[in-house]
Design a protein around this ligand. Structure first.
Ligand SMILES: NC(=O)c1ccc[n+]([C@@H]2O[C@H](COP(=O)([O-])OP(=O)(O)OC[C@H]3O[C@@H](n4cnc5c(N)ncnc54)[C@H](O)[C@@H]3O)[C@@H](O)[C@H]2O)c1
Length: 239
């Protein structure tokens, strides 16, 4: 039996890189991935719903389409994100600043509002996973807005976790370091070598490594191994 048999998983920002690697990993483990993205994925095997995570009407359309087709949503990976124009705060472009906060933080909260409402209605075990970033934990020079948005996602996750602790919905965030993506391959050597220097592991991460963490968090193993069980009333209790 595969780890995600029968689970329907929405992956926002799933058309590209990390999100697509998560969708592929989930599919290999028996899940039905749904790609929710502004742009159409190159991978044609997955159900795709054009979605803008900053627009409530777009998110309600996503829920309606997935529920009409599959009947339920078991996993949400809120992964859509954009990066900022980097620079000291005195030179930040306010339009870009607002766009980053709007997608990377507001978009995550909005996505939750509509997906978690559906999960609550279902009353069955569900997993919500956010893609934060190491920059949300440590901050980084000239990356203030993105770092602030991702720190917001990390603390949103903690608050969600305690808010829903007595339900069957669990919340976790992944905070990846620098990932080896098509974009990183286009960066100057001086930039990638600085990124590698900041990584204790001494190399960039591969998207598949992030996907493996998402797989663990989406699977029932993540509750079993942390010692939590769901009792007959649907509450989490310690083993
Ligand atoms: N690449 C890295 O090194 C790294 C490191 C840590 C965290 N992250 C985070 O991981 C996530 C994925 O990163 P990636 O490198 O795969 O990025 P990416 O740019 O390759 O993919 C992001 C996807 O999000 C989609 N998207 C953007 N705005 C959207 C919106 N409003 N509504 C719906 N979809 C939208 C894009 O179309 C794209 O397909 C992001 O949240 C990013 O901040 C990336």
């Amino acid at each position: 039996m595969a780890l995600l048999d029968g689970k329907v998983a929405i992956i926002t920002g799933g058309a590209n890189r990390i999100g697509l690697a998560i969708a592929q990993k989930f599919a290999a483990e028996g899940a039905t991935p749904v790609i929710a993205d502004l742009k159409t994925p190159a991978e044609e095997n997955f159900f795709f719903v054009e979605t803008n995570v900053t627009q409530p009407a777009s998110l309600t359309n996503l829920v309606d389409q997935v529920v009409a087709k599959y009947g339920h949503i078991d996993v949400l990976v809120a992964n859509a994100g954009i990066t900022e124009h980097k620079g000291p705060v005195s030179q930040l472009d306010e339009e870009n600043w607002n766009a980053v906060i709007n997608v990377d933080l507001n978009g995550v909260v909005l996505t939750n509002k509509y997906m978690v409402a559906q999960m609550e209605k279902q009353g069955t075990p569900a997993s919500v996973i956010y893609t934060s970033s190491i920059l949300g934990v440590v901050g980084a020079a000239n990356s203030q807005v993105y770092s602030a948005a991702k720190a917001g996602v990390a603390n949103f996750t903690r608050s969600q976790g305690v808010t829903y602790v007595k339900t069957k919905i669990r919340f976790n965030a992944i905070a990846p370091g620098y990932v080896n993506t098509a974009l990183s391959k286009t960066l100057p050597e001086s930039v990638t070598s600085t990124m590698v220097e900041r990584m204790p592991i001494g190399r960039l991460l591969e998207p598949e490594e992030i996907a493996n963490v998402a797989l663990f968090l989406a699977s029932d193993l993540s509750t079993a191994l942390t010692g939590a069980v769901i009792n007959a009333d649907g509450e989490y209790t310690a083993q």
